[in-house]
Design a protein around this ligand. Sequence first.
Ligand code: ZN
Length: 121
Amino acid sequence: MADVVKKACDVKIRRGSKKVACGKDVPNNEPTSVTIGTTKYVMDLCEEHQGALMSALEPYTSVASDVLQRRGNVVRKAIQGKRGAFTTKDVRNWLKQQGREVTETGRLPNDLIQEYVEAHQ
Ligand SMILES: [Zn+2]
């Protein structure tokens, strides 16, 4: 096996009066990448500095997961407001009655939920 060059964290930290590279191991030698818009930033970060990056981004990443969750819930919410709550079990049962293939577990695709919703309007 060829020797793998171990990547080291590039983050500059203050040591005394000068700044030096952190130099800690990069987990799995995998660079960390962050994409903002069309710009991709690739960095060699140790575990500690990955954590620091994540906590610096936390105010924004927490918004991102909220957005994802909201999008997933839009269809459910829309109908819950109008017709009261239904469960994924209701949707699965209905889909089965329609002779459709449905998985017993896992997330139901929104388009199937949408079909259920439209059929029950
Ligand atoms: Zn580091």
